[in-house]
Design a binder for this molecule. Structure first.
Ligand code: ZN
Length: 218
């Protein structure tokens, strides 16, 4: 079980599921050589994959290519199914910084075989997550600089304005398939610049107005 905090409040949320959107920034789709999806590509990470600020990512021995993906995280504050785009932002309690750690070699091999690739995305420590900032304090979530540095070097540098599916449409699409409950988290995709991390690296993920997440690689 993992709890997350909503900053400036006494409220904590027990995270249920983490629903992730793949391929939501066009430059990132190009760098991986993927096709632009006709429908949203969704997958789930278990809550057991969450670690907090300054906890370490541990790369499973089955992978030689663990990659970082910095993403804006949405914390769901109230129950909903078939949420309309118009109502969607009312279901967001707060925004946070997430890393969607990915065993790219394992994922690629499983994809090629037509097999499920959960293990490449859902292993223990695969979801570093910051505390959340109340939605009202963030203002427009669709215009935030999002960056990732490794050992002080800038690797990813995007803006949430570059999302193809915007946040209300993401919530609408996700809630058609998965009922959203208080404490669920949605990851909204990563900008370009993903790359491999190695033991001893230190990642610093940052989203304007939302916060910073420092994660070492063990
Ligand atoms: Zn991702």
């Amino acid at each position: 079980m993992h709890k997350v905090r909503l900053k400036g409040t006494s409220k904590t949320f027990r995270v249920g599921k983490i629903v992730c959107l793949a391929r939501n920034y066009s430059e990132h789709i190009k760098e991986l050589g993927n096709a632009v999806p006709e429908k949203p590509v969704l997958f789930i990470k278990p809550a057991s994959s969450i670690i907090g600020h300054r906890e370490a990512v541990i790369i499973p021995t089955i992978s030689q290519n663990c990659q970082h993906e910095v993403e804006l995280a949405l914390l769901i504050g109230k129950w909903g199914k078939n949420i309309t785009a118009k109502d969607a932002l009312g279901h967001v309690a707060g925004y946070g910084v997430a890393l969607d750690m990915t065993l790219r070699d394992v994922q690629t091999e499983l994809k090629q075989k037509g097999l499920p690739w959960e293990i490449a995305k859902g292993f223990d420590t695969a979801c570093p997550l910051s505390d959340f900032v109340p939605a009202a304090e963030v203002g427009d979530p669709q215009n935030l600089r999002i960056t990732l540095k490794i050992n002080e070097q800038l690797r990813q540098d995007g803006n949430t304005a570059q999302m193809m599916l915007r946040i209300p449409e993401i919530i609408q699409a996700v809630s058609e398939i998965f009922t959203l409950e208080e404490g669920d988290v949605i990851l909204t995709g990563t900008p370009s610049g993903v790359g491999t991390v190695r033991s001893g690296d230190r990642m610093q993920a940052e989203i304007e107005k939302v916060g910073c997440l420092e994660i070492p690689v063990q």
